[in-house]
Design a protein around this ligand. Structure first.
Ligand code: KG4
Ligand code: ZN
Length: 340
């Protein structure tokens, strides 16, 4: 089944063509970073307006790169939520209209299920069951995954998402937007042990996260150490990053042991972080667990992962009707709540 995927939940307009939820024929991403950079974060109305300009050309380009005409597409999968409602509506309505005009089935996909499905687009996909850590700008969650679109939430952040903490700390230090990538780069030149920022494990046996205390600790540190020089900034970001990575890797490994899974995965934008990749890989190896982290091109938002998740829904006979709407908040894996 050839699925056209469309993603517009935040600040990337993306389209992709994927065969049978596995083989990526094309994956195009139009990023809005330059539009939001002057504001230090995503401005929802600007994001929606830019999606309107980008969605048709991005879909056209995904089809061209796949060497297909519109007639070659069997079905459409589009992000339904969670995300910015105005941004979601652009991709969602485009997909709905496109599928209606072509007379093909279409389905709404949970963005977080999409991130988990990025694993099945790689050469080394995990088998079921496994434990997945989803770390992005809006979410930090642990799931036990039992099928391509079957996952149970076992823990999540009580306040900031990990990516949000990276972005806010970068902003405090005047490092620009988006902050995760810059912290990753600068942290490589710093000493992660130079400054002991707090590790917020909450209950070490449980799987919830909290990053707002760490963010406040960095802010307090900067009040007492104003205008750090470049070497000092590298130590600050390395210390902050290490505190985040310590907690994420501990909880992921502990969750795998508790769920008796011998495979772990990390997905989402923050899965691109080099220190997180290194530490999770080492911790998993130390416990005899196999580790699965997608290539960096599949960590950030993209539409190939949406097409992959959509394929599994469509294969199970689920498709949407013209009355379907988007949703802003996540319901993934919450007991008793199904997907639309
Ligand atoms: O999954 P994603 O592209 O969008 C959401 O669904 O939120 O994740 C974006 C987040 C941002 O907070 C960004 O700063 C973070 O991922 N990020 C990183 C890195 N690359 C992106 N964080 C740490 N290290 C990175 N290399
Ligand atoms: Zn995402």
């Amino acid at each position: 089944m050839i699925v056209l995927g469309i993603e517009s939940s935040c600040d990337e307009t993306a389209a992709a063509v994927v065969v049978d939820g596995k083989t990526v024929l094309s994956s195009e991403v139009a990023t809005q970073i330059e539009i939001h950079r002057p504001y230090g974060g995503v401005v929802p109305e600007l994001a929606s307006r830019q999606h309107i300009e980008s969605v048709a050309p991005v879909v056209r380009s995904a089809l061209d790169r796949a060497g297909l005409s519109a007639d070659g597409v069997d079905a459409v999968a589009v992000t339904q939520g969670p995300g910015l409602v105005g941004a979601l509506l652009v991709g969602f309505c485009f997909a709905k209209a496109w599928a209606f005009a072509r007379g093909v089935p279409w389905v709404g996909v949970n963005h977080l299920e999409g991130h988990v499905n990025s694993l099945f687009l790689t050469e080394n996909p995990p088998s079921f069951p496994f434990v997945a850590l989803l770390v992005s700008g809006g979410h930090t969650s642990l799931y036990q995954v039992t099928g391509p679109v079957a996952m149970t939430l076992i823990g999540q952040t009580r306040d900031d998402a990990a990516g949000e903490a990276f972005d806010k700390v970068a902003k405090m230090l005047g490092l620009g937007y988006p902050g995760g990538v810059v912290i990753d780069r600068l942290g490589q030149g710093g000493n992660p042990d130079a400054i002991a920022f707090p590790r917020s494990y909450l209950d070490k046996e449980r799987f919830d996260f909290s990053f707002s205390g760490l963010k406040t600790a960095v802010s307090r540190y900067l009040q007492t150490h104003p205008e750090p020089d470049a070497a000092h900034v590298s130590d600050i970001v390395a210390g902050f990053q290490e505190a985040v990575v310590d907690v994420l890797s501990h909880k992921l490994i502990h969750a795998a042991r508790t769920c008796r899974c011998d495979q772990v995965a990390v997905v989402g934008g923050v899965a691109a972080n080099s220190r997180l990749r290194e530490r999770v890989t080492a911790a998993a190896a130390g416990q005899g667990l196999s580790v699965h982290i997608p290539p960096i091109s599949l960590c950030g938002d993209n539409a190939a992962m949406i097409a992959a998740a959509g394929y599994h829904h469509l294969s199970a006979g689920r498709c949407a009707d013209l009355g379907a709407d988007v949703f802003s908040r996540d319901r993934t894996g919450v007991a008793g709540v199904g997907f639309t």
